[in-house]
Design a binder for this molecule. Structure first.
Ligand code: FES
Length: 87
């Protein structure tokens, strides 16, 4: 598990191994536009302000993934204990 923190509210959410960031935040009432939920379309792309994403999408190219400033919450996870999201 890892945590995501929302920059706007300061709220912290734990993401268990069997749930996506998108699922947890949607269930908590945080709206993120999404479509494919498989890391293909890029609709859910979210800015990352701090932390290191574990990119599992097929949407961004290598350089975009290496920049670590955005990720796809429908499928990607975290290498750091916390991701600070621009939400
Ligand atoms: Fe399509 Fe996340 S919803 S990449």
């Amino acid at each position: 598990a890892f945590e995501v923190k929302l920059a706007s509210s300061g709220k912290v959410y734990t993401i268990p191994a069997d749930c996506s960031v998108l699922q947890v935040l949607t269930d908590a009432g945080v709206f993120i536009p999404a479509s494919c939920e498989q890391g293909v379309c890029g609709t859910c792309l979210t800015r990352v302000l701090d932390g290191v994403p574990d990119h599992r999408d097929l949407y961004m190219d290598e350089a975009e993934q290496a920049a670590n400033d955005q990720f796809t919450p429908c499928c990607s996870r975290a290498k750091s204990t916390t991701l600070l999201l621009d939400l």
